[in-house]
Design a protein around this ligand. Structure first.
Ligand code: FAD
Ligand code: MLT
Ligand code: ZN
Length: 471
């Protein structure tokens, strides 16, 4: 094994192969659901080095866990406990390679932090719209490998829709140069879309060509209170009809979710949460002007109040007010993590069925466990809820998971299926949902997925045990 580590050292240099010291930032998952042990943490500086590392690992039959910012919600980016896998950190590969203003594209290395990409686009006068609460630490490679969603999907789509080309190191160590900035290219199978969302199980993304958009002339943000989940969905319909394509964000937040932000971040002054079972955060991005956007937005709020869909609303008057409202929404995850371990669900349901799903499932859970807390929030505009379950007050969260996680997952996912949904909307499968997927995914789809994995990674060296756990 020493010889193997020497080989890795000769590829990336001695400071970029770590085998000792505190490696917990690579080995512990964000949600504290699991901790692994790496044979070594290896940090390449360029694509050729990644290729050589893969070839070295193939010879020794050592598996590779790719990692970007390690913000996975589903235990997808840490090594297992055996101490035999290498953790491939892409963080050093963080250069913006090019920005093509006329083609509205930029090409970046996969270790670029999302916020860095947003800022580079903004400095050139363009928008890269992918936005997640983890944007200060997650990377483009991780975003594409999980096909991340976030808060702007309703207008711009998820990570897949924002990517025009990839550079990938395959499981034979070869480099696929697919960094086209083409919007049309029908020359056979769509390799790009196979790698996107494959969670590091098919190849290592080393760079990507991303879509840029013109900066909107104005952005408006509002926070509204509604008395029921039905009214939340009704407001979404009205927002679509009134704002058309200008609707760029539509988030729902349940009362208990907001109570956790109020408890753990009291300085944030959460509006309207005490008197409303749900609050909505809406955003419109207008390409005309601030006054046009404001008139449309105020019109929407007036209509919603007249129709008694919302009880009250706050329209942000400045950028800093808008940011403060978004910060409340983005901090639900941290507030929930501070409260303790929890059962997280990342589900999607057709928007038209969200309300019946929530009413039905809330009732089933309440009947099963007295005093249980449902932390329901998410991207209602995309039909994507984080329908999470937290231990009743005073119950140890670790014990709660041991006692109830399996049963609650079964209850929620059975209900998701009944309403025509998916058990993973945007976070992926990782190891946390790999067994569950077997029970809920179409069996033919699973057979096809296994054939793809066998064809592209026959030695199963890329992130084994994630997404599918048997070949
Ligand atoms: P990692 O966690 O490091 O890895 C994720 C997966 O991708 C792993 O399977 C890993 O092996 C693989 N991978 C990473 N880099 C590469 C690469 N270069 N090549 C091949 N495989 C690779 N997700 C959403 O979709 N929407 C949200 O709104 C959202 N909000 C979040 C808010 C918070 C506070 C947190 C902590 C997480 C949130 N997430 C969200 C989840 C997470 O941030 C995303 O999944 C993100 O895309 C992961 O990026 P990462 O760089 O941290 O990837
Ligand atoms: C979010 O929407 O905030 C993220 O997906 C993270 C989470 O589910 O907690
Ligand atoms: Zn989310």
């Amino acid at each position: 094994m020493n010889e193997f580590l020497n080989k890795l050292t000769s590829i990336v240099g001695p400071t970029h192969v770590q085998t000792s010291g505190d490696l917990s930032k690579y080995e512990q998952d964000w949600r504290k659901r699991a901790k692994g042990k790496a044979l070594a943490v290896v940090s390449p500086g360029n694509t050729e080095e990644v290729s050589l590392i893969v070839k070295a690992c193939l010879t020794q039959n050592v598996s590779i866990v790719p990692q970007g910012g390690n913000t996975s919600m589903v235990v997808g980016s840490i090594p297992n406990e055996t101490g035999t896998q290498i953790l491939l950190s892409l963080q050093r590969m963080n250069k913006v390679r090019t920005l093509d203003a006329l083609n509205l594209t930029m090409t970046v290395e996969s270790g670029c932090v999302l916020q860095q990409v947003q800022q580079a686009a903004e400095q050139a006068g363009y928008l890269f719209p992918l936005s997640l609460g983890s944007q200060g630490s997650c990377t483009i490679g991780g975003n594409l490998s999980t096909n991340a969603g976030g808060t702007q999907v309703v207008r711009y789509g998820n990570a897949r829709e924002l990517c025009l080309g990839l550079e990938v190191v395959s499981a034979t160590g070869e480099i696929w140069h697919g960094l086209s900035g083409l919007r049309k290219d029908n020359t056979g199978y769509d390799l790009k879309n196979l790698y996107i969302g494959s969670e590091g199980t098919l190849g290592i993304i080393t760079a990507a060509t991303l879509k840029l958009y013109p900066m909107p002339a104005a952005k408006l943000t509002a926070w509204a209170g509604v008395q029921s989940i039905e009214q939340a969905v009704e407001l979404l319909g009205l927002a679509h009809r009134t704002l058309g394509p200008a609707l760029s964000g539509f988030e729902v937040m349940g009362q208990f979710a907001l109570s956790l932000v109020d408890k753990h971040f009291p300085q944030m002054n959460v509006p309207l949460w005490k008197e409303n079972p749900y609050c909505i955060l809406l955003e419109a991005s207008d390409n005309e002007s601030e006054s046009h956007a404001r008139a449309q937005f105020e019109g929407l709020m007036e209509k919603a109040i007249e129709a008694e869909i919302i009880t009250d609303a706050v329209i942000a008057e400045s950028l800093s007010q808008a940011k403060a409202l978004w910060l409340i929404r983005e901090n639900i995850t941290m507030a929930q993590a501070t409260e303790g371990l929890n059962i997280k669900h990342d589900i999607s349901i057709p928007v038209s069925k969200i309300a019946p799903f929530v009413l039905h499932t809330d009732a089933l859970i309440a009947k099963k466990i007295e005093g249980v807390n449902i932390v329901n929030f998410g991207h209602l505009g995309d039909g994507n809820l984080h329908y999470n379950v937290q231990a009743p007050q005073g119950v140890d969260s670790k014990q709660f998971l041991i006692d109830f996680e399996h049963d609650i997952n079964t209850l929620v996912y059975d209900s998701v299926m009944e309403y025509g949904g998916s058990i993973s909307a945007e976070h992926g499968v990782g190891s946390l949902k790999v067994d569950t997927l077997k029970d809920y995914k179409d069996p033919t789809a699973l057979v096809l997925m296994r054939s793809i994995k066998r064809a592209l990674d026959p030695q199963n060296i890329f992130n084994p045990g994630r997404v599918i756990n048997s070949l």
